[in-house]
Design a protein around this ligand. Structure first.
Ligand code: 5GP
Ligand code: ZN
Length: 114
């Protein structure tokens, strides 16, 4: 999608601070980190919100979580632990409309979230 920020990162029009990439998934550091490690994991294919996941694209979610495993090992946070969050639409706090998983680590995170 030409006017989508994260599609521009996939195409290379905008260069993210990349931490992981494979055929289907890209991961890069969040520009406004909420934890010592704050990575956004996205499918390269444009999916606007979690409401747009369907039979045809659902396998991408599994690939995103497989990327999480690789990144947490690579960044050395797997053992101490981490949190993944996906926000959807207004009440979820979604601000970029290309689905992304927040991977947060490096400090003890509070629960419940605000
Ligand atoms: P959301 O609020 O949609 O769940 O998360 C969007 C995330 O994208 C936010 O954490 C925000 O800091 C991050 N973000 C917004 N613009 C950019 C950008 O240009 N580069 C990077 N790396 N992250 C961005
Ligand atoms: Zn997009």
């Amino acid at each position: 999608m030409s006017d989508c920020l994260f599609c521009k990162m996939v195409s290379g029009e905008i260069a993210p601070d990349k931490v992981y990439e494979d055929k289907d998934v890209l991961a890069f550091r969040d520009v406004n980190p909420q934890a010592p490690l704050h990575v956004l994991v996205i499918p390269k294919a444009h999916i606007t919100t979690l409401n747009d996941v369907d039979e045809a694209n659902a396998a991408l979610l599994g690939k995103m979580y497989h990327a999480v495993k690789k990144i947490t090992q690579q960044e050395g946070v797997a053992e101490d632990g981490f949190r993944t969050v996906m926000n959807c639409n207004q009440d979820g706090g979604q601000t970029v409309f290309h689905i992304h998983l927040h991977l947060l680590a490096g400090r003890a995170l509070q629960w419940p979230p605000g």
